[in-house]
Design a protein around this ligand. Sequence first.
Ligand SMILES: C[S@@+](CC[C@H](N)C(=O)[O-])C[C@H]1O[C@@H](n2cnc3c(N)ncnc32)[C@H](O)[C@@H]1O
Length: 307
Amino acid sequence: MMSRNAPLDAHYSVEQAQRSLRERFKNADIPTYELDARILTGFVLGLDEVGLITQATRRVTEQENKILEKTCLARLEGKPVSRILGLKEFYSLPFQISPATLDPRPDSECLVESAIIIAEKLAKLERQPLQVLDLGTGSGCLLVAFVHACRQRGIQIKGLGVDISKTALRQARINAAINGLENSVNFRQSDWFENVSGKFDIIISNPPYIASREIEDLTPEVRLHDPPAALDGGSDGLDAYKHIISAMTAFIKPGGSVLFEIGSNQAALVTDIVRQSISTHQQVTISYVSDLAGLDRVVQLGFDGNN
Ligand SMILES: C[S@@+](CC[C@H](N)C(=O)[O-])C[C@H]1O[C@@H](n2cnc3c(N)ncnc32)[C@H](O)[C@@H]1O
């Protein structure tokens, strides 16, 4: 059995290099050892899945070997594959990620799906171009994926993404450009609504929602690699929701919707915050969307036409 620290021998073939990574990841109990070995070998050697097969017997150079070893150790030390690549696929689109941005999560795709359904309904009501606001945009994944999907459906839409982090916003702008949306979305530094004006048809947000004391219990992959500002939701994890919900009605158009991603046990808590904040003359429907694991992941607020 190969030891966790056994380096790759020089002059390995592509196939042997991939197998060596696979064994070392498997011995380190990395559940996705097979996939990780394939992705990282291909990444370092510049080979796609077909190349890994057709060039299986090619010798790995000394230089490639050194980079493979460094990459392998980074993964063994708990760095997520997406952080090593600096890239994550979200809603089938490529997103660059950096230490300033959350690693986009597949569970967040259900928020995009729900927003698309709402956009389709609003578009039929002749409200185009739709105005959408993303609070805490990070890598821009939610906003870019949503606007991209709307445009594919022929829906005219303009997006604004805000974040407290200037560095995250730089990444979001790059991601908008990578996905051909530099003219459809803008980004601005703002503490939630502070630098936002105007009203929006749809507001989306995946704010930080982990209670501060629970952060130390997160897996090292999250705790050590996602930025604290993207995780820490204050003492009860609900600070951002309280702030956003108390201010949101001034920024939503009549008939508009607000969609929040929430932690798996926060549906009732966020619903309470909404009920306490909404004045009695406002009509708001509250619904929930489940994620891939069947847990409530999105709270969806629908405002009536007269708010
Ligand atoms: C959970 S991450 C979500 C990032 C991205 N929307 C996603 O779904 O992957 C929360 C984001 O909120 C941002 N944030 C934290 N506090 C903020 C504040 N006061 N105002 C604006 N953005 C804030 C963080 O910088 C981070 O990018």
